[in-house]
Design a protein around this ligand. Sequence first.
Ligand code: CP
Length: 309
Amino acid sequence: MSESKLSVRHLIGIKELSVSDIELLLDTAVQFKEVLQRPIKKVPSLRDITVANLFFENSTRTKLSFELAEKRLSADIINFSSSGSSVSKGETLLDTVQNILAMKVDMIVLRHPSVGAARYLSEKVNTQIINAGDGTHEHPTQALLDAFSIKEKFGKLKGVKVAIIGDILHSRVALSNIILLIKMGAEVKVCGPSTLIPKLIQSLGVEVEYKLSKVLEWCDVANVLRIQTERQELQFFPSAGEYASFFGITKDTLDNLKKKIVLMHPGPINRGVELSTDAADSEYSIILDQVENGVAVRMAVLYLLANNK
Ligand code: CP
């Protein structure tokens, strides 16, 4: 494994990472993906390191992927979910974490519904923090695994045309992806209903396209986002059916394009809304490759941060 070091002690967001950090993370993930193809998938890199996975919000992929990555690296782990915990009795985030740290924990993986929760903790406790998603802000390991999957497919990120389609306004996946892809020289357009596109999104270096057919003809990769009804207090579009008729992608949509594009989705999918089942399960889709790559990418994050205390 590489002896190079990250410039950061915590992984709060893609915003804080340099181009070299991103390259180091992606290159290290390639090596861990090779380890994961072996009959014995476990390495001793994080032996005697204890990681606490603290999930204050629901998760399937991120939670299991971090847990598996930690086990593959031989870390000791503890898992915490806010449901069923003393959070329901009024215990604060900081009190919860300080109690867990009293049990001698070296690293924290945190998913939290509040924007800035990971940064707040990194400033309050003397333990390394990995952001596993903070509200509508950032989801850095998702952006890294998405970039890894694009690079695996195209051999590069520079110049690859990526369309991010759907609920951009509420999506931490969109923000982390945009920041990473622009840093690495990819071209990015966002597409969705005008009510779900943030007003100043162009300041991040992306273009806005409101017509799905136009953005699909332009792109090499369509990264389709979930409509996040749990974050939408207002009605941003009339109905799921109407959304699907304007922005939903079917296999026919993809078959009728002039070139073959790659279809991505961070999950969970609203089948029949942003993607039809025949599109999600088609030969265009690398959605399960993204999930597979997530373990190697998270191993790289844990390994490199552990070497950067
Ligand atoms: N992509 C993603 O973050 O999925 P989960 O919410 O299931 O972790």
